[in-house]
Design a protein around this ligand. Structure first.
Ligand code: SUG
Length: 419
C-alpha cells in the first residue's frame, strides 16, 4: 500500500483537569480552577476522529498515559499521598492528549535511509509535560515497531527544549513525495518561555538524516509567543503545498517566504493579515490550530474548532477566502471545547505520520466500529467531572486509574499499563 497521511489523536485521559499548569498558554491559565469534564472531553475527541473518518482520512490513536505518574513522583522521592499540591497536579495532568507534542516526524521520502523517523519530544520546559516522554516513547516503539519502515529515537537531552511536531511543518507536492521540512524555534517570548530551542530542532534534523538543503530553521516571532502562541501550530499550519499562517507568526517572514518559494516554487502561502484578524483573535479562536488536510476528493479542508466560527473577524475572513476560491476549499467545524479550555485545539490533539498503514501495529489504528467500542468504555468508566480541589481525593485517583486499565484491557494493550 502507498504512503498516506495518518492522524494519530491522543485519546483524552480520565484525569483531564484544569490546574493552570502552563504559563504562556492563556486559555489554560484562564481555566485554572474550573471544573473539568473528562468524559465529555474524551467523547468530543472521539467525535473529531469520527468526523475525520467520514471525510475519508486514515485515523490512528494513542492511549492516555498512566496518571498520576507514580514513577515520576518516586524519582522526586515522594508519592501521591504525600506530594505537595503542585506536584500532585503535575503528576496527574492528562497533557499527553496533545499528540502534536508527542514527537517530530520525518516521513520516509525525506530521510537518508528511506525510513520514517520519529523523535519523542522531551517537553522539558513545563514540569507537568516533562515526564510524558517515557510513556509516549513506549507507545511509539510499539506502534511503529517495524524496523524496515520506522526508526524511533529517544528524546533530545535537556536543557534543549523540544515540543515535537507542534513546531515542525512539512511542505511537499504530495505526502508521498520528498518535502521541505521547516523547524520553527523560539528565542524569546516577552514574559513567556520559548519552548522550542533551535539546538533541539537541529539535533532532530541530523538524527532523521534530513537533507540540509531542504531543511529550514525559522524563528517564531517574539510577538506571537508573547500574545500566547506557545507553539508555532497556534499561528501556522502546513499541508502539502499550502502554508497557512498569520502575518506575525515568524520573526523574519520575508526571508522565510523567499527561501521557501525558492526551494518549492509551487508553494501556496495563505497569509492572514493582522488588519483582518489580530494575533489575539487568532490565538483566542485557534484559527491556525486547525487540521489542514486533503481528503480523497482532493479538496484542501480546514478543520477548525467552534471557537473559530464564534469569532466574527475569523469567520468573515474564512468566508471571504472560500468565496474567493482560495487554496482552502472547505471548512469543517468540530467541538473540542474541553481541550480548548486547556489551550489544545484540533491540531494539538493529533500527530501526523506519513506511512503505509499496513506497517503500523493495528492496535493504534481506528475505524468507526472501534471508536464506538472505545466510546462505550469512556461512557462507562471516565469520571464525569473533576473539580480543582478534588485532585487529592483518593477515590477520584482510583477511578481514573481503573478507567485506563479497563480501556487497555479491552483494547489488548495491557503491556502499556505501567507506562
Ligand atoms: O502544553 N496545555 C498544553 C496545550 C498543548 C497544545 N498543543 C499544541 N499547541 N500542539 C500545553 O500548554 C495545560 C494543562 C493544565 O494547565 O493543566 C496544558 O498543558
Amino acid at each position: 500500500m502507498a504512503l498516506v497521511e495518518i492522524n494519530f489523536d491522543g485519546l483524552i485521559g480520565p484525569s483531564h483537569n484544569y490546574a493552570g499548569l502552563s504559563p504562556g498558554n492563556l486559555a489554560a491559565t484562564r481555566s485554572a480552577g474550573a471544573v473539568s469534564e473528562p468524559r465529555a472531553a474524551a467523547l468530543q475527541g472521539i467525535d473529531k476522529m469520527r468526523a475525520n473518518l467520514k471525510l475519508g482520512l486514515t485515523q490512528g490513536i494513542f492511549m492516555p498515559l498512566a496518571r498520576p505518574d507514580h514513577r515520576w513522583l518516586a524519582s522526586l522521592s515522594t508519592d501521591y499521598a504525600d506530594a505537595p499540591m503542585h506536584l500532585k497536579a503535575q503528576a496527574l495532568s492528562a497533557s499527553a492528549m496533545w499528540a502534536a507534542n508527542a514527537a517530530t516526524v520525518s516521513p520516509a521520502p525525506d530521510t537518508a535511509d528511506g525510513r520514517c523517523h520519529l523523535t519523542v519530544a522531551n517537553l522539558v520546559t513545563m514540569p507537568h509535560r516533562s515526564h510524558e516522554w517515557p510513556g509516549t516513547l513506549a507507545q511509539l516503539r510499539m506502534a511503529f515497531a517495524d524496523p524496515a519502515a520506522f526508526v524511533v529515537h529517544g528524546p533530545v537531552p535537556p536543557p534543549f527544549g523540544d515540543e515535537g511536531a507542534a513546531n515542525h511543518m512539512r511542505l511537499c507536492p504530495a505526502h508521498d513525495a520528498p518535502g521541505i521540512e521547516v523547524f520553527v524555534y523560539g528565542v524569546s517570548g516577552g514574559p513567556f518561555p520559548a519552548r522550542q530551542h533551535r539546538d533541539a530542532s537541529e539535533a532532530i534534523a541530523r538524527a532523521h538524516g534530513l537533507n540540509p538543503d531542504r531543511t529550514l530553521f525559522v524563528q517564531q516571532s517574539e510577538a506571537a509567543i508573547a500574545a500566547g502562541a506557545f507553539h508555532n501550530d497556534v499561528v501556522a499550519v502546513a499541508n502539502e503545498r499550502v502554508l497557512f499562517a498569520h502575518e506575525h507568526a515568524f520573526a523574519d517572514r520575508d526571508a522565510f517566504f523567499a527561501e521557501l518559494s525558492r526551494l518549492m516554487p509551487e508553494v501556496e502561502i495563505v497569509e492572514v493579515p493582522a488588519a483582518r484578524v489580530s494575533l489575539s483573535d487568532a490565538i483566542a479562536s485557534y484559527l491556525f490550530n486547525a487540521q489542514l488536510v486533503t481528503p480523497p476528493d482532493g479538496q484542501p479542508t480546514l478543520i477548525v474548532p467552534t471557537e473559530a466560527r464564534d469569532n466574527a473577524a475569523v469567520w468573515s475572513w474564512l468566508e471571504d477566502h472560500l468565496a474567493g476560491n482560495g487554496a482552502i476549499r472547505r471548512v469543517e467545524v468540530v467541538d473540542v471545547r474541553q481541550s480548548m479550555a486547556n489551550g489544545g485545539g484540533p491540531a494539538c490533539l493529533r500527530l501526523r505520520v506519513v506511512a503505509d498503514p499496513t506497517t503500523i501495529d493495528p492496535r493504534f489504528m481506528v475505524d468507526a466500529a472501534r471508536l464506538d467500542r472505545i466510546a462505550a468504555i469512556v461512557e462507562r468508566h471516565w469520571p464525569e467531572r473533576i473539580a480543582a480541589d478534588a485532585i487529592g481525593d483518593p477515590a477520584l485517583i482510583a477511578q481514573a486509574e481503573q478507567a485506563r486499565r479497563a480501556l487497555l484491557e479491552a483494547e489488548g494493550l495491557v503491556g502499556l499499563i505501567n507506562t
